[in-house]
Design a protein. Structure first.
Length: 249
């Protein structure tokens, strides 16, 4: 065992651990320009990530083995008091089940992100995280200067739940291995994600892949629902105001 009682010994021990560490990142798909990538992480079971993302960033979450569960929470980076509101994310689009075109709304009626594509179909806006997942989100938020009270209800991706005819909430498990969910970021935001089991499905989770790249053209979404268009108008107005740095006389 390395003696860490001295600075020299502690340094040798730390460097030995670093040399033995294996850092794995997701593969870059051939249709994505590698120079546009702003983040690439493989998040193992029991771990979390926190990342600040600019407007026009496309985020791809992947379930390589068909076993993971990603608990997501979003906050507006420059105004972290504005954050994901799961109730409005369900209520405004008249839909509790996430799919392509679904907005993730803030508590100010603005679109933080939109689901662009989904090859999984097993998600949950109803249950929130486990105690473990909540703790991981708190740790992720702390890395961004956030306190536990700043982290509200989250969304689970890749391990779903549905409401049965009798009103009970039932787990749906995972989708296929290799499934993905893509988001486009409308306002600069901080994304917190925890890899932890679902409250109704406590099976151990597998790795979670996160890939993000600049793709501003994807802001031109094709959802023509009036509720969505109104939320986008609110979002664009806020973005225009944020770019105006002139102080009124």
């Amino acid at each position: 065992m390395t003696n860490t009682h001295s600075t020299t010994g502690a340094r040798a021990h730390a460097r030995a651990q670093a040399a033995a560490a294996t850092i794995t990142t997701p593969d870059t798909p051939s249709d994505i320009d590698p120079t546009k990538i702003v983040a690439a992480q493989r998040i193992p079971q029991g771990s979390y990530a926190n990342i600040a993302l600019g407007r026009g960033t496309r985020v791809r979450l992947s379930d390589p083995t068909g076993t993971t569960c990603a608990h997501l929470f979003l906050l507006r980076t420059e105004s972290p008091w504005e954050r994901l509101n799961v109730a409005d994310t369900v209520k405004v689009p008249w839909q509790a089940y996430l799919s392509a075109g679904h907005p993730l709304l803030s508590d100010q009626g603005r679109v933080l992100a939109t689901v662009l594509a989904d090859s999984d179909g097993h998600h949950d806006t109803l249950c929130g995280p486990t105690t473990e997942g909540r703790h991981q989100l708190h740790l992720a938020g702390a890395k961004q200067g956030l306190e536990p009270r700043d982290i509200g209800p989250s969304i689970a991706v890749f391990r779903g739940a549905v409401v049965a005819v009798d009103g009970a909430i039932e787990p749906t498990g995972n989708g296929p291995a290799g499934a993905t969910l893509d988001l486009i970021v409308h306002l600069p935001l901080t994304l917190l994600v925890a890899n932890a089991p679902h409250p109704l499905d406590d099976r151990p989770t597998g790795d979670l892949d996160l890939l993000a790249w600049s793709s501003p053209a994807d802001l031109d979404t094709r959802n023509d629902d009036p509720e969505y268009r109104r939320a986008v108008e609110n979002t664009e107005a806020a973005w225009t105001a944020a770019l105006n740095t002139e102080v009124p006389a």
